[in-house]
Design a protein around this ligand. Structure first.
Ligand code: AMP
Length: 194
């Protein structure tokens, strides 16, 4: 069986949309930690109450809470169900934890697809989206913070996966369908499609 896939990239690059499309086209499980946190907030669980302020500020949820949530999700995922991770891992500690979690279940990361776009484009997209959705919490300051946190905490992971020869860079600029096509090609070249 092929391994799992990680879709990595800065906020605003279209990771969520693309991960969903890729998962749907291939029958994979789309595992988005952002979606899982938002679901906890909607259901007003203990986790939801703990993370709401963190998400509003564009900061990262602590690693232990995030990893526990992923561990729970993996526990109910059949061994032959391939996964596309979206928004996880985001820190070095999460990447190490993921390696262990997958190994415990006889799973492994097959490829890391890195979606990229210039910071100016990302900032403009995020501000446009905040306006369109009337998200008053997504101020220019919060948006700048999101981008900074990504650079500081998550970009170093690229080297972690590059050292293992797993990374593929994909241009995230252009129409959604064009980017989807590029991702498909990259996944094909890694023979990660089912
Ligand atoms: P996303 O939908 O992936 O942009 O995630 C939305 C928010 O959820 C992020 O801004 C973080 O506050 C939180 N979050 C999602 N995934 C993680 C993660 N792997 N580690 C820490 N925080 C996360």
């Amino acid at each position: 069986m092929g391994g799992d896939l990680i879709l990595m990239g800065p906020p605003g690059v279209g990771k969520g949309t693309q991960a969903k499309a890729l998962a749907r086209a291939n029958g994979w499980l789309h595992l988005s930690t952002g979606d899982l946190f938002r679901d906890h907030i909607r259901r007003q669980t203990d986790v939801g109450r703990r993370v709401k302020g963190i998400l509003d500020a564009g900061a990262y949820v602590p690693d232990d809470l995030t990893v526990d949530m992923v561990r729970d999700r993996l526990a109910t995922t059949p061994a032959d169900q391939r996964i596309v991770f979206d928004g996880f891992p985001r820190t070095a500690a999460q990447a190490d934890a993921l390696d262990d979690l997958l190994a415990e279940r006889g799973r492994r990361v097959e490829a890391v697809l890195l979606l990229e776009a210039p910071r100016e484009e990302l900032r403009a997209r995020l501000e446009g989206r905040a306006k369109a959705e009337g998200r008053t919490d997504d101020t220019p300051e919060v948006i700048a913070n999101r981008l900074d946190v990504y650079e500081r905490e998550t970009r170093p992971l690229v080297a972690h996966y590059e050292a293992k020869g797993l990374t593929r860079r994909i241009d995230g600029v252009g129409p959604v369908e064009a980017v989807t096509e590029r991702l498909r090609d990259a996944a094909d070249r890694h023979e990660v499609r089912s």
